[in-house]
Write a protein that binds this ligand. Structure first.
Ligand SMILES: C[S@@+](CC[C@H](N)C(=O)[O-])C[C@H]1O[C@@H](n2cnc3c(N)ncnc32)[C@H](O)[C@@H]1O
Length: 394
């Protein structure tokens, strides 16, 4: 738990202080609060106010000057809500025990970087962090996605289409593989045994790894094949690890759909063979070469609130309700794609979905200012994807 908070702090560059503001602030109070924080250099101190909670983002601060400024506000406004919130903030900041000093300012983030990193690094070396990626031969030289593939929906077999892309040109892949390259989907009518399924899937994923930039990510939504007792989330994760991708983590997508069967026939209320019920799926996350992705801070569009909520890796999102309208049996809900895209990519990044279906990934990528490439083998689905993209341009 501590290390994940530490990691968030390291990544954001801020320590977060949470303060309750009872009641709604008046316009005058809001302006006073805004002006208070404007006095401090951007990148050193910031705040976010939503739903009665103020988050103070703390990097470096002259706490005495901050106290004086707060006192002035308290005298001017005589506001109990804001005053009590700011007092609470000061008390919480004062209660932080470990900080460094630079000029007159306390430094809350990275003050003991040297010592900490030294310890952490040597520990990591001893443990051999993500040992399974040792000896990878990923090139660190990234390329941009060629213009003929940029903002395109391409109808074809991903294996063939991806082969036309250069190495290291995709920032983020988000996809959900077909349950079987033969089941229920419009274009591939023949069923395969699971071994063939995984062989074909892994050929495509091998291409996905190749086209991913150094520092790029692959996020795969997987529903384990529970009824065939195949833990496909593990099988697929093992595959990516064998390709020397770093397993960054796993998001549990709670769909809250309780319409599953209770037992195998004849085993109701008996240990003989109870079915386990699942209302969730997984998103497995992989990074190429490094966990840290290059990108300009101004191109990060995730809000403080979203970040706080979404780094807790259990997302409760209802399944897509309009699948009938689009005639596709397994569409992503838009919210799921929006979270993956905003949490793991920057504005302007290239986002790929090699099993694009009716284009949810492409649509949301474009909505948030990313470039997209969507590939699907079904002409019908590609046309629907084009239709959805065209509609949102109107
Ligand atoms: C689970 S669906 C993806 C749905 C998509 N996430 C959406 O929101 O519409 C999987 C898709 O993979 C496509 N597909 C199957 N084999 C393929 C292949 N070899 N190359 C490209 N697409 C393929 C299917 O046509 C199907 O639309």
């Amino acid at each position: 738990m501590n290390s994940s908070i530490e990691e968030i702090e390291k990544e954001t560059g801020y320590k977060e202080i949470f303060v309750t503001i009872p009641g709604k602030l008046s316009l005058k109070e809001e302006t006073a609060l805004k002006n208070l924080f404007l006095k401090y250099p951007e990148g050193e101190l910031a705040y976010d106010l939503s739903d009665g909670q103020m988050t103070v983002f703390l990097n470096t601060l002259d706490i005495q000057a901050f106290r004086d400024d707060v006192n002035k506000i308290k005298i001017n406004l005589n506001s109990s809500s804001l005053s009590s919130g700011l007092d609470e903030a000061i008390n919480k900041i004062l209660a932080i025990r470990s900080y460094g000093l630079k000029s007159n300012k306390r430094v809350y983030i990275g003050y003991n970087k040297e010592r900490k990193v030294k310890d952490r690094k040597s520990k990591e070396l001893n443990r051999n962090q993500y040992y399974y990626t040792n000896g990878n031969d990923f090139s660190e030289k990234n390329t941009e996605l060629p213009p003929e593939f940029e903002n395109k929906i391409i109808c074809g077999d991903s294996l063939e289409v991806l082969k036309q892309l250069p190495d290291n040109c995709i920032d983020l892949t988000f996809t959900s593989p077909p349950y079987n390259f033969g089941l229920a989907y419009e274009a591939n009518a023949d069923a395969h045994y699971w071994e063939n399924y995984f062989t074909k899937l892994f050929d495509i994923f091998t291409e996905c790894v190749r086209v991913t930039k150094y520092g790029g990510r692959i996020a795969v939504n997987i529903q384990p094949l529970f009824s065939d007792y195949i833990p496909s989330h593990h099988v697929i994760s093992n595959f990516f690890m064998s390709k020397k991708m770093i397993w960054k983590g796993e998001i549990l997508w709670e769909k809250n759909n309780y319409n599953c069967k209770y037992t195998a026939w004849g085993s109701w209320k008996s240990p003989s063979n109870p079915y386990l019920k699942y209302t969730w799926e997984f998103i497995e996350l992989f990074c190429k070469g490094t966990l840290k992705k290059d990108g300009l801070r101004e191109n990060a569009d995730i809000t403080a609130d979203e970040f706080k909520k979404w780094v807790v890796a259990k997302w409760s999102i209802a399944p897509e309700r309009n699948m009938k309208e689009f005639g596709h049996p397994a569409m992503f809900p838009e919210e799921l794609v929006a979270r993956v895209i905003k949490l793991f990519s920057f504005r302007g990044d290239a986002v790929l979905d090699p099993f694009n279906g009716v284009g949810t990934t492409s649509l949301i990528a474009r909505r948030f200012g990313r470039r997209y490439l969507g590939i699907d083998i079904s002409k019908e689905y590609c046309e629907k994807a084009e239709g959805r993209l065209a509609e949102t341009l109107l």
